[in-house]
Design a protein around this ligand. Sequence first.
Ligand code: COA
Length: 257
Amino acid sequence: MMYKHLLIEKQDKIAWISIDRPEKLNALNSEVLEELHAVFSALKIDEEVRVIVLTGSGEKAFVAGADISEFAQFDVSQGKSLAKKGQDLVFDFIANMTKPVIAAVNGFALGGGLELALSCHIRIASANARMGLPETSLGVIPGYGGTQRLAQLIGRGRATELILTCRMMGAEEALQTGLVSRVVSQEELLATAAEMGGKIMTNSSNAIAHALQAIATGYAEGVDGFEAEIAHFGNCFGHPEFKEGTQAFLEKRKANY
Ligand code: COA
């Protein structure tokens, strides 16, 4: 399938997705969101892909937010459906993927752009990256999960400060606060993502899928994460990759997943 605003490449079981509207700093309009839903739906069942990396085209931006020109005229009900549709089709959809999704934040990640990175399972950033939730400066609030996921990741106090001040965080502060897990130069960013993807792939993809789900239940409403962990742990025992992993250890060899 061809995409108008996404560049897709597959190599060594990693799918690379670049949001490609550099002239608008990769802002998320409805077409981009629909294409993201389509590509993640396809990658979910693509047996040749084990890790997904999401980044932005150009050297300036990951994603500079939802496309402001598209929703400036919206009323209350259109505003609600914008957030609901976006969360269902893209942001929660990515967060619920059972293949790891790494955000390679290569520049501005603002508003919906930071929320997109927050939906990914792991974030790494280039040293020039700038991250923030400037929605209250536009008279609105984050609507793609930012009020929830940012607070979960960096703590309620820090998230509240960022949302209320609209201040941008640089890469070093993002590293210190746990918003990203690594910072490298822009030249090294994609190689770092590839290396991380490669390391993940030496482990059982079945166990990784269960780990992602077990971690997520800790943040879900009305679900006991410890109970979920017991169920996911137990399920791993029924999978051939568990037999391979434990057998390989006992035979003093590397597991072949
Ligand atoms: N929605 C729509 N268009 C956007 C956009 C967004 N979120 N972010 C950037 N653009 C567009 C600009 O309008 C401009 O388009 P133009 O050349 O047709 O005028 C183009 O992208 C380049 O951006 P520009 O503002 O000229 O770059 P800059 O280097 O001066 O500033 C930013 C960079 C990121 C600070 C600035 O673009 C910005 O503040 N963007 C909005 C961020 C935001 O509030 N996002 C939250 C939305 S919920």
